[in-house]
Design a protein around this ligand. Structure first.
Ligand code: SAM
Ligand code: SF4
Length: 330
């Protein structure tokens, strides 16, 4: 086994998130900027063989969990092949998806041993779904969440909570978790990325979320695991759980174990750090990319790519230069 990926703060990085594409069949306002997106030409993208080769290198360096994301990972024509190849590695494998195409991949997911998927859904109202995603696919998403549950998968719904947009629906999402032990909801604080018109006033904070939920439900906090991004709770007599990912007001950087690989093969050591290292070009030239990986993680900041407070002027100019969320991979 090669050297593990440990940064100067002693954090061991064991969780690899691979973006398969920057393309998507939705246009969520908080993720994809409103101006016309220029997508990466396909020759820039890592090919299935290259994804597999890089994943094997990371596994050799201690990675034990891989998540595929995007853009929408399932719009890639070879997504089924990639899922099956990565399923053969000695890691757990999972996906973050908007679920629109999952019905085409149920067999691939099962044969790759995927047990749990994160699915983005920000509203339970058809009209608001159209406003948020700019597409009319609410029922398809909802039906595919049901399909995944019927097929035995665990589903974690990711809801980005935005003031004045969908914040009045939080308790309706909590209610979804009451009856099914394989259905969980994660409320995510709205995060700043290039072009997504973020500002602090649009965040519904961790504390506000808990207070609003406690107006309707009695719940308890569940014990967490070392690298959890969400604090997890369960309503009394509820079957599933709800969690809050408080990236902005409750950062979890001190236990971060995440490695991000963009669809064009760039390594990011933090979602919010603008610096990247190209792994794909050296890989194509037959070079060993391990030293590049170790050096890049040796430079990792303690928190938020060097910023504790997102509203600071310097942080703002940084996240405005960072990639758009759709091109990083969630
Ligand atoms: N297309 C897939 C999906 O929507 O699940 C995967 C990619 S998406 C970029 C990954 C996750 O990032 C989604 O759960 C999405 O809600 C989240 N996300 C995107 N932009 C965000 C933002 N500005 N703040 C918080 N979460 C965000
Ligand atoms: Fe697409 Fe997911 Fe971004 Fe929405 S959040 S635009 S579904 S990549």
């Amino acid at each position: 086994m090669s050297l593990p990926i440990i940064d100067t703060f002693g954090r061991k990085h064991t969780y690899l998130r691979i973006s398969l594409t920057d393309k998507c069949n939705l246009r969520c306002t908080y993720c994809m900027p409103q101006e016309d997106m220029q997508f990466m030409p396909s020759k820039w993208l890592m090919q299935a063989d290259e994804i597999e080769e890089l994943a094997k290198i990371f596994v050799d360096m201690g990675v034990d969990k891989i998540r595929l994301a995007g853009g929408e990972p399932l719009v890639r024509k070879d997504a089924g092949d990639i899922i099956e190849r990565l399923g053969l590695l000695n890691t757990s494998l999972t996906l973050t998806t908007n679920a629109l195409l999952v019905h085409e991949y149920v067999d691939n997911l099962k044969s790759a041993g995927v047990q749990s998927l994160n699915v983005s859904l920000d509203t339970l109202k058809e009209e608001d779904f159209k406003k948020i995603t700019k597409r009319d696919h609410f029922y398809k998403t909802f039906d595919n969440i049901s399909l995944l549950l019927d097929e035995g998968f665990t589903v974690k719904i990711n809801m980005v909570v935005m003031r004045g947009v969908n914040d009045t629906e939080v308790n309706d999402f909590v209610r979804l978790t009451l009856a099914n032990e394989r259905l969980h909801v994660r409320f995510i604080e709205f995060m700043p990325f290039n072009g997504n018109e973020w500002d602090m006033s649009k965040i519904v904070s961790y504390a506000e979320l808990l207070s609003g939920i406690s107006n309707e439900f009695a719940f308890r906090q569940l014990p967490g695991e070392a690298h959890d991004t969400a604090k997890t709770f369960q309503v009394e007599h509820g079957a599933g759980t709800f969690g809050i990912i408080g990236t902005v007001t409750h950062p979890f950087c001190s236990s971060c174990n995440r490695i991000r690989l963009t669809a064009d093969g760039k390594l990011k050591n933090c979602l919010f750090d603008t610096s990247e290292v190209d792994l794909l070009t050296p890989l194509r030239q037959g070079e060993d990319v391990r030293p590049l990986i170790l050096t890049h993680f040796n430079r990792k900041f303690f928190a938020h790519g060097g910023h504790m407070a997102f509203e600071e002027k310097q942080a703002k100019s940084d996240y405005e230069q960072n990639r758009k969320m759709i091109a990083i991979g969630g």
